[in-house]
Ligand binder design. Structure first.
Ligand SMILES: Cc1ncc(COP(=O)(O)O)c(C=O)c1O
Length: 279
């Protein structure tokens, strides 16, 4: 794989980041993951890149990090990595960290580390199984709603889900309300009405979530955690899963996966991806 590191395309085996990088030592960084989709000119491009770059800037702002390069350089880096890796690139990730730092939480006034890397697309099963986890998302925390590299809580929760035989872990927030998955937003259907937790629940402002809300009728509303297990149908959204029907919650099957509302959201999203690469 070829990656872009601080302005250069380099072989991944030769790419070097400092052992003192603040992203490595304290998780001081932000990232974006995008799916790769066909562009109108037949090339391959990062889907919804404009929205992802906007969210990257928001996450950087939330951490008080500055990125000296403009979006044109990041766009060129993404295009360069896609071109260099060809069809092997199914997903693409931009990571920006606080750069080289001391071993504690203080920062040095140094340039950030910027990496653009590609990987294969994940082959998801047609439906997802999820478990709810005992740990809570802190909707009041300094990192709420930011896509940071401090993801160890997600790693622990996802490992818990895998040990329970499920594919994703779902968090409640500190108020006990439905929030999100480790790398997904969640939608539930009851009596034909599609609902998803609002951003105030502490969930990430998922790009796929945002697009689904623009494509199909849905309400953003606080929901108890139980709304997921009690749903007629439910689905996850993320940049690598698109709209992914949930088959079972905590070992109990939902009545339909996909049900008609989920199917409509899946079709609407697939139609969008077929129409445009940067909605
Ligand atoms: C915690 C979390 N929530 C939700 C999502 C879904 O966001 P998106 O649709 O932008 O991929 C992600 C994406 O990785 C995530 O990490």
């Amino acid at each position: 794989m070829i990656v872009w590191l601080d302005g250069q395309l380099v072989d991944a085996a030769e790419a070097r980041v400092s052992a003192f990088d603040h992203g490595l030592t304290v998780g001081d960084g932000v990232f974006e993951t995008m799916r790769v989709a066909p562009a109108p000119d037949g090339a391959r491009a990062a889907f919804a890149l404009t929205r992802h770059l906007r969210r990257l800037r928001r996450s950087l702002g939330g951490l008080g990090l500055a990125l000296p390069t403009d979006d044109d350089e990041l766009r060129a880096a993404v295009a360069g990595v896609l071109e260099a890796n060809g069809p092997d690139a199914g997903r693409i990730r931009i990571t920006v960290t606080g750069g080289s730092g001391p071993l504690g939480s203080d920062r040095l006034a140094v340039p950030p580390t910027v990496v653009v890397a590609a990987g294969p697309a994940t082959a998801w099963p047609p439906t997802a199984t999820v478990v709810t986890v005992p740990w809570r998302r802190n909707e009041h925390g300094a990192l709420a709603g930011l896509k940071t590299t401090s993801y160890a809580e997600n790693v622990v929760a996802l490992d818990h889900a895998h040990r329970a035989g499920a594919g994703e872990a779902i968090f409640a927030n500190t108020a006990g309300l439905l929030c999100e998955g480790t790398g997904t937003n969640v939608f539930v259907v009851r009596d034909g009405v599609l609902r998803t937790p609002p951003l105030t629940s502490g969930c990430l402002a998922g790009i796929t979530r945002e697009l689904v809300l623009e494509l199909v009728p849905a309400t953003e509303v606080d929901l108890p955690l139980d709304a997921l297990a009690d749903a007629d149908e439910a689905f996850l959204t993320s940049s690598t899963r698109d709209v992914h029907p949930i088959e079972a919650v905590d070992g109990r099957s939902l009545p339909a996966a996909p049900g008609p509302v989920t199917r409509a959201a899946m079709d609407a999203f697939a139609g969008l991806v077929a129409r445009t690469v940067d909605p």
